[in-house]
Ligand binder design. Sequence first.
Ligand code: ZN
Length: 468
Amino acid sequence: MEALIAALGAVVGSDAILTGSAIQERYQSPWTRLGAPLAVLRPASTQAVADILRLASAAGVCVVPWGGRTGLVDGCLADDALALSLDRMAAVEAIDSAAGTITVQAGCVLQTASEAAAAHGLLLPLDLGARGSATIGGTIATNAGGNRVLRYGMMRDMVLGLEAVLADGTVIEAMSPLIKNNAGYDLKQLFIGSEGTLGIVTRAVLRLRPAPVSQDTAIVGVEHFSMLPRLLRRLERDLGGALSAFEVMWASFHDLVTTPPARGRPPLAGRYPFYVLIESLGGDVAGDATRFEAALAAALSDGEVADAAIARSTSQREAMWALRDDVAQTAREGPIIAFDISLPISAMEPYVAAVQVDLAARWPSLGAPAVFGHLGDGNLHLIVRLADTTPAVRRAVEDVVYGPLQALCGSISAEHGVGLQKRDFLHLSRGPAEIALMRRLKLALDPRGVLNPGKVLPPAPTLLGEQP
Ligand code: ZN
């Protein structure tokens, strides 16, 4: 190991290798477990990443890529492995206003890239709570979703090209900025959403959109779940494709974020079972506001909406989003388990009710789970608050939440990924042939299993430890 560390030091510079307590001091994260890495390497170039992987592969030492370390599925856990932080590769390399593209290094923080695009009148559509720390490389590796998927898609939909380094040090330069490029297999897709198990993303070309000039935001109260899909379809139709957010908060979540010690206050006078944060982004300030108000007025008169508050200023808009983003309140009374699932809208209400009944039957002291999510994307976040999060209890709660999803054609992960936390449940969302093909891809690209070991795929004796 000492010889390997010395060789790696020659690659990245001895001051770019951290060991011992220096690792926690610099990199600790409240969101994700990091484990006890052998060392953290901070390469400054793609060539250095390639050299690190070549040396580590040859020595049979595992490598775990680190971005902003804000993931929620323990994808950064690096016990007995080298952690490879891309924080020195954080440059915005170029913005092409004519083509509408931005070229960035993987360690660039999402917010930095967004602000660089905005300075050119362009929008990088990806937006999520961790925007100030999540990196472009991490959001590609996890195919991040967030608040505007309804309008612009997930990270996968914004990646035109990327550069990635394979386990053996081969650099795959697939940086084509073309929107249309059907010349053979679309190799970049191998690395998007594979959580650093097939290669390490080092650079990317992302597609930008014209920055919207209008932003209309409201919170509405809804009496019955059955009104939510009707409201969603109405807004999609009446707003002419400008609807960018349809974020539903169950009363359980609304109550948490509008009562002290939370700083938020109820946006509506009455109390409703469901609240929806609605936003549209467009190109005509006066016309869009008129259309937005007319759509909500029609929804009110048709009974889909019981009450509505429209943001009249930036601070009112920010206060509305602050409610939706104040997820930390769910942990104010103790430990939580945060779930991130997908299922058809028609199945959501009975599913949530059944999970609630099941949890209450097994743990009678448990409060109702806090539920919210990107309903327009079929994505719910379900937060279970539990005093006891021992592995056995955690597993039992996971069984309750994940168990019904297979029959509903749902997914155990809508946007957070699999990491370590969900790999044992992968079979509920993916068939045996699909998982077998994932294993063949892993074996083909990383035959010695050195890249982010143990993540995504459950252990299989035919894969782990097998020699090429
Ligand atoms: Zn989310």
